[in-house]
Design a protein around this ligand. Structure first.
Ligand code: CS2
Length: 496
């Protein structure tokens, strides 16, 4: 089979092989600027918008990708060479695979190279939404106090030099200032990260920043800019060589960075927009007055469930989430965590049967074709676990509820950070901005069992709770003594 490089000049050939956009990309306007074009944005929002653009009368809602960090250069280079086209490979549990060419991203600005262009793009009259996937760690809040972190050197720089933005806050402020000066309405800021109240968080941070940098602008933002909260969901593993190889061998398409995902997709959004919105309800996006019950449910069950499998899974040597689910000890442990510890402290969610939701999570995690690496799940645990797992633990501590499962995961995280190896002696692939600090704290565990918890910026006052400390001490002793996480998980379950 002849191999075609993926770009707009080869669409005619590619169309006989996989589905291509049915819309004329030249006629699209960029109504959305998206900051943080990772795999998740490309499997989720860009896919929804792609489906929308296939409907008539929607040409205002194309996406301009934007990268604010040097690390975005790779995706920028790849997408630019492909005219921003890429393939979305959906892998079903039964082995079925759908490949679709996504055309909704029509431009990409690497703001590190062209900051002025980035600002003027966001300030352009066509831009009506600026959406974000900047990860949990990208919001620049202090993990315990929740306050904006003014100590960051780039933030300091931006406050003194509003015309030389570096971080997301500097760029948003510069663009909103320009819009205001030009008499344009603001854009909506649409956060799509796994943070509870993600919109409120983005608002609080941007207001804290602009109050220092430009108080008048802060007043305008507070009055006119909407920051809807959203709950986003689609499991999207890191792209692997097998994905490129699959497209090449199966369809004769050379795509340098396709995205693989599961069939499940969900987006729940608060219907508060500053300057219009795409009619995404046509595609099953749920617009609701208050997203909090949905985001809480997702973060405390799906995201926490991932970590509950991922950290112990990494220590045991399971490479992927589906490998964890094939191991009955892990699968039962995760379900027990959800049933016994997470669910009792969740509020009811209207229209959702939590038992069914958890059944679906089990099926999704077990999808053998997704091969979501535990390394991806464990990456940036310092930003994830305090948000995904601690609320459940704290609620149970306050209510006298069960805590053993969550406590085991924290003890396992300490062991993981300390040893940096799995139980077979293989090096763990750890990626965390705090990995050195985590390692340093965890290393003291042998002489001071509570050493890891002394990181107040992660754990707050958790150490002051005696019931928790007894459990944690026990888990640490067993884990460090037996060096067998699976046996420890089993023994926790046997105690039930
Ligand atoms: C995962 C999420 O990063 C993580 O730890 O739990 O990326 C998860 O796959 C997505 O939120 C699914 O929507």
């Amino acid at each position: 089979m002849e191999i075609f490089q993926l770009n707009k000049d080869h669409l005619a050939q590619i169309k006989d092989r996989i589905a291509i956009p049915n819309y004329d990309r030249k006629k699209l306007k960029a109504g959305i600027v998206h900051i943080g074009v990772g795999g998740f944005h490309r499997s989720h929002q860009a896919y929804y918008i792609h489906q929308l653009l296939e409907k008539p009368g929607t040409a205002d809602w194309g996406i301009c990708g934007m990268g604010l960090r040097e690390g975005d250069r790779r995706i920028y280079d790849v997408l630019r060479k492909q005219d921003y086209l890429y393939t979305l490979i959906t892998r079903h549990p039964d082995g079925r695979i759908d490949s679709t060419l996504i055309g909704s991203i029509i431009d990409f600005i690497l703001a590190v190279d062209t900051p002025k262009l980035a600002v003027s793009k966001m300030a352009h009259p066509d831009t009506r939404i600026v959406s974000l996937t900047i990860t949990e760690g990208g919001y620049n809040f202090h993990p315990v106090t929740g306050a904006f972190d003014f100590d960051h050197p780039d933030i300091q720089h931006e406050i003194a030099h509003p015309d030389d933005p570096k971080t997301v806050y500097g760029f948003l402020a510069a663009a909103l200032r320009q819009r205001r000066e030009n008499g344009l309405p603001p854009f909506t800021i649409l956060s799509c990260d796994n943070i509870q109240h993600n919109g409120a968080m983005a608002r609080k941070m941007l207001l804290a920043f602009t109050e220092r940098q430009d108080p008048e602008l802060a007043g305008w933002i507070a009055q006119t800019v909407h920051f809807p909260n959203t709950m986003v969901d689609r499991i999207t593993p890191v792209t692997a060589d097998r994905d490129m190889a699959y497209l090449r061998e199966e369809h004769g398409i050379a795509d340098a960075w396709p995205v693989t995902c599961e069939p499940f997709i969900q987006w729940v959004v608060e219907d508060r927009f500053s300057n219009g919105r795409p009619p995404l309800e046509q595609l099953g996006v749920q617009f609701v007055p208050d997203v909090s019950p949905y985001e809480k449910m997702k973060i405390r069950l799906l995201n926490a469930g991932h970590s509950v499998l991922g950290i112990p899974g990494a220590i045991h040597g399971h490479p992927t989430i589906n490998a964890c689910m094939e191991d009955p000890v892990f699968a039962t442990f995760m379900r027990n965590f959800m049933d016994l510890e997470a669910t009792p402290v969740l509020d009811p969610v209207e229209g959702i049967d939590l038992e069914k939701y958890k059944d679906t999570l089990e099926e999704r995690f077990a999808n053998p074709n997704i091969k979501d690496s535990v390394a991806r799940i464990c990456s940036e645990s310092s930003a994830k676990l305090p948000k995904f797992l601690l609320p459940t633990l704290q609620k149970n501590l306050a209510a006298g509820g069960p805590i053993t499962y969550a406590t085991l995961v924290l003890a396992a995280w300490c062991y993981y950070s300390d040893k940096q190896q799995d139980e077979n002696g293989a090096a763990l692939e750890i990626s965390d901005v705090m990995s050195d600090e985590l390692h340093r704290a965890a290393r003291e565990t042998a002489t001071d069992p509570a050493a890891f918890l002394r990181q107040k910026n992660l754990f707050g006052d958790l150490m002051d709770d005696n019931r928790f400390m007894d459990q944690y001490g026990l888990m640490i002793r067993q884990l460090y003594g037996q060096k067998d996480i699976r046996a420890l998980m089993q023994s926790v379950m046997d105690r039930e």
